[in-house]
Design a protein around this ligand. Structure first.
Ligand SMILES: C[S@@+](CC[C@H](N)C(=O)[O-])C[C@H]1O[C@@H](n2cnc3c(N)ncnc32)[C@H](O)[C@@H]1O
Length: 261
């Protein structure tokens, strides 16, 4: 059997960048965990397309365009218009799709954690899964920052738990089926470069590519969920699991709900 190690996966693509930003040991350990090189500074030998570095107290992912501008970190701030109390009201298309009776949710495709954090802030009990080791590092950093927020400490809340690995395999380890499994896999874009695509999603696509096994993920989610599977998809894509039981329209996207019999 051939196994792809992280270093093979990221060979020539990703490096950790130090640039005199604090404790070098942290950077070394990160580079070791991911099996990628550590660069002290950027020079003409730095051929990689992506870099991870700590800047402004956050772990950030940068592509060549972002090197001077700042970089992308897991954003732990509530979205525009979202109420800043906890739990925030369960309204909007996402909450409708998750369902009124849902208590426990597994986000099987956590990515930048934006849907997860929205779900968490609405007060659902949440477990996050992410297979990319790079995204898992960024999420761990974001969830650690979240845990230190005043409102989290005041309310004695813990950040969501994160498992790194393929959800298709990890579902088998869940002791109790969650009421709902939420999946938001990467779909091929409608056009090659969409002006509407967010930079964070474009970088994610460039780094990881499309999720080719989304049908298998859907099947595994349907077998595992207690009550429902919610699939977020772009509005131009066909429903991942055939005709859904319900659909809720968001801006340029759809939440397809598959209820279990
Ligand atoms: C489109 S992004 C998700 C974005 C996310 N909903 C957000 O709000 O930031 C898809 C993510 O799912 C992850 N993913 C796809 N298939 C997976 C699987 N089978 N197991 C775990 N993670 C998976 C990818 O690595 C990628 O980070």
């Amino acid at each position: 059997m051939t196994t792809t190690t992280h270093s093979q996966k990221y060979a020539g693509k990703l490096a950790v960048l130090y640039q005199d930003q604090g404790d070098v040991q942290l950077f070394q350990l990160l580079a070791e965990r991911l099996g990628v090189p550590l660069h002290q500074a950027l020079n003409s030998d730095s051929l990689e397309d992506f870099f991870l570095t700590w800047r402004d107290g956050c772990l950030k992912l940068l592509d060549k365009e972002l090197l001077k501008k700042g970089g992308l970190a897991v954003d732990i701030e509530p979205r525009n218009g979202e109420q800043r109390s906890w739990p925030a009201p369960k309204d909007g298309a996402l909450a409708q799709a998750l369902g009124r009776k849902t208590r426990t949710v597994v986000d099987a495709t956590t990515g930048w954690g934006q849907d997860s954090l929205h779900i968490f802030r609405m007060g659902y009990e949440l477990l996050c899964i992410e297979r990319s080791p790079v995204m898992a590092e960024l999420l761990t950093d974001g969830f650690n920052r979240l845990a230190q927020q005043d409102w989290m400490l005041r309310l004695n809340l813990e950040s969501p738990r994160l498992l790194q690995g393929n959800a298709i395999d990890l579902f088998a380890n869940l002791e109790i089926p969650p009421d709902c499994i939420y999946i938001d896999p990467m779909f091929p874009p409608k056009r090659k470069k969409s002006a509407l695509a967010k930079k964070s999603m474009m970088v994610l696509r460039d780094l990881l590519g499309d999720d080719q096994d989304k049908e298998q993920l859907f099947e595994a989610a349907l077998n595992t969920a207690g009550k429902r599977v919610v699939v977020k998809s772009p509005d131009y894509a066909d429903p991942l699991g055939g005709k859904p039981s319900q659909s809720f329209q968001g801006k340029l996207l759809r939440y397809d709900v598959y209820l279990k019999g």
